[in-house]
Design a protein around this ligand. Structure first.
Ligand code: IPM
Ligand code: MN
Length: 373
């Protein structure tokens, strides 16, 4: 059996962690009887700086031939923030309609969590982050006053009514950006969360801010309630996003599957990463169940560690485990996760986790474990 997978190392530590991840996935293939044919794509800051290209039509066409992309990281100090993020990472998520951003929050054995008195049995849930809507749709504007024609009518009215001011003459500068939730967009991701909960502990928590942003998240809640009606044996709960940041810290054991709009999902999964032991251990999958999906560590490119062979590859290796699961290799996926856990228990880890191993050494070690655990 052969799987074809696209690989984008990207910037900073990206190429090193992807190299480590590939080694582990190849080893899993040897044990579980499949072979991965990798196709590398040159995408990132270096190419952008020399050619001005972020992602070309041709890149997207070529990537569309794969069911999975293994993605390292992008981000480089020489490029203004936002250019690479929007032009590459978000562009791939949107172009391939990867509407689920799946982020497991699981404390592995042997990992230190900053939460006192909590262990692996307490921290084991999954965040299903909507990945194509909300404040990420990119609808907004920013401009100086006297540009009335460019002002969204509702912003203008609000400004006039609220402040008794006239946008055209009184606003020096104004900016707005809007969040969008559609029924279809909410429904497909919420349904995904419920289907996932059925394979786990049968509880879904919706995280939103329907008490303030009552239009967008009011619709979200209505859809959640409707979808939930089709899953009578799954328990449900609504949490406001501010409150959930408390509960993640105080009672992580309450959660099984958490489903949330894009922006809140972004924020609470960094918190989730911390309670599972840090960004070095937090993977994510950008999933389109019927198209091209992408698996990546949720951390960035850490440019200052580039080329030093010190970055922690475990989040990337874990993302690789999710990739294998997605490709229909659940046994291999589980073995990769067990191998990660074993390398931690053996103390065979990078500096950030208190060890002294190099990125490449951890990759090689986890690859050797994957053949026996
Ligand atoms: C993430 C990142 C991205 C996001 C950025 C880099 C665009 O923070 O994957 O969580 O906001 O989704
Ligand atoms: Mn983020």
């Amino acid at each position: 059996m052969q799987h074809r997978v696209a690989a984008i190392g990207g910037d900073g530590i990206g190429p090193e962690i992807i190299a480590a991840g590939k080694e582990v996935l190849d080893a899993a293939g040897e044990r579980f009887g499949f072979d991965i044919a990798w196709t590398d794509f040159d995408v990132g800051a270096e190419r952008y700086l020399s050619t001005g290209e972020l992602l070309t039509e041709e890149d997207l066409r070529d990537l569309s031939k794969f069911r999975a992309i293994y993605f390292g990281a992008i981000g480089d100090a020489r490029v203004k923030p936002g250019i690479l993020e929007k032009g590459i990472l978000l562009a791939i998520r949107f172009h391939f309609d990867q509407f689920v951003n799946l982020r497991p929050i699981k404390l592995l054995k042997g990992v230190t969590t900053p939460l006192a008195d909590k262990g692996p049995e307490d921290v084991d849930f999954v965040v299903v982050r909507e990945n194509t809507e909300d404040f990420y749709v990119g609808i907004g504007s920013r401009f100086s006053g006297r540009h009335e024609e460019k002002t969204l009518e509702v912003v203008r009215d609000l400004y006039n009514i609220r402040f008794g001011l006239d946008v055209e003459t009184d606003a020096d500068e104004i900016a707005y950006q809007i969040g969008v939730v559609t029924r279809q967009g909410a429904e497909r991701v919420i349904r995904y969360a419920f289907d996932l909960a059925v394979t786990r502990d049968r509880k879904v928590t919706s995280v939103d801010k329907a008490n303030v942003l009552s239009d967008v998240y009011g619709l979200w809640r209505d859809v959640f309630t409707e979808v939930a009606a089709g899953y009578p044996d799954v328990a449900t709960e609504f949490n406001f996003v501010d409150a959930v940041t408390m509960w993640f810290v105080k009672n992580p054991e309450w959660f099984d599957v958490v489903v949330t709009p894009n922006m809140f999902g972004d924020i609470i999964t960094d918190l989730g990463a911390m309670i599972q032991g840090g960004l070095g251990l937090a993977p994510g999958g950008n999933i389109n169940p019927t198209g091209t999906s992408m698996f990546e560590p949720i951390h960035g490119s850490a440019p200052k560690y580039r080329g030093q062979d010190v970055a922690n590859p475990l989040a990337t290796i874990w993302a690789g485990s999710m990739l294998l699961d997605h490709l229909g290799e659940p046994d291999a996926a589980k073995a990769v996760l067990r191998a990660i856990e074993q390398s931690i228990l053996d103390g065979f880890v990078t500096r950030d986790m208190g060890g002294e191993r190099k990125t490449s050494e951890v990759g090689r070690y986890v690859a050797s474990l994957v053949k026996k655990v």
